[in-house]
Unconditional design. Sequence first.
Length: 340
Amino acid sequence: GEGLAAIGRANGITFGTAVDSRKLGDAAYAAQVAAEAQLLVPEWEAKWAALQPRQGSFDFGPLGIIASLAQANGKQLRGHALVWHAAMPSWLAEGLAEGAAKARGLLAAHLDGVLPATRPAIRDWDVVNEAIANAEGNPFSARTPAQGDLRDTPWLRALGPGYVEEAFRAARERDRTLRLTYNDYGLEGDNPWAEEKRQRVLRLLRRMVGTQCPVDALGLQAHLLMDEPFRPEPFTVFLRSVRELGLAVLVTELDVREAQQLPAGLAARDAAVAERVRQVIGTALDAGCRTVLTWGLSDKDSWLARDPDVTRKDGQVHRGLPLDEGGARKPMWQALATAF
Ligand code: XIL
């Protein structure tokens, strides 16, 4: 039957997924992407370490593989991510440690190297990723060191708390028509640490909008946790506040980490995941979100199956994406289709 791309399109919703250029040679993988997604985001190919592995030497090869596929199949692309404390090549970390002037020059050179070269294929970039510090209790990682609301990163240390705004202004200066997105995680749940992070993000976005700093959208990574409670209400209040600032809301990296105590049997596991997706995505769509991307399509290709930070410790593989390991549609796929 029809893919999520077509179902979304019929309802005014753009559905997309993260893709890995190294897998696009696999015909089944490429066919899945072509059938299900209207919007592609490179899983690693547009991160700093991929685009500028050595200072001054840019590599658009892996990103180009995805861009070609997008062009050949009439898909859109979004960029991820310009400024992030992870995926930094070591030369960048060393450069940032040399102080503000040096850091400013490195940021300018990266944007000068990347933005004109990826125009017009990429019209929407995650300009800054994960700048807000986690609050006490966040299970993704121990409480991250912070300065005020911001996570303590090499960028913060080099440029001070204005680095987020600096990055957005620098991006806008180079391309007036680019959609500039602030992207972060841990903003969906119903618990004190998620609420605190929502308030931190709101303070940042309010400050940006209030100082005419160019920001167009909030990206919710939505790496959901079944062990975290969810209620529509606090999430809705947050999304409304973001929308009242004039910003768009996107779901950029949806997937689900299953509970430590798994329900018995695959059917119950998949039903639980689908119900959570229905609630969270339904709430986001009700609040005006019109773009949803999953972080991959099938459980086989998910970072949840391979990244030691997020894999299960009980030998099971998370069933947190719309397609199962064999590429068959799961209840999560149905939940998305129904929500759209
Ligand atoms: C992840 C990739 O999926 C992994 O393969 C890689 O090892 C680490 O990065 N938030 C983000 C993404 O913004 O860039 C991350 O992607 C997942 C969490």
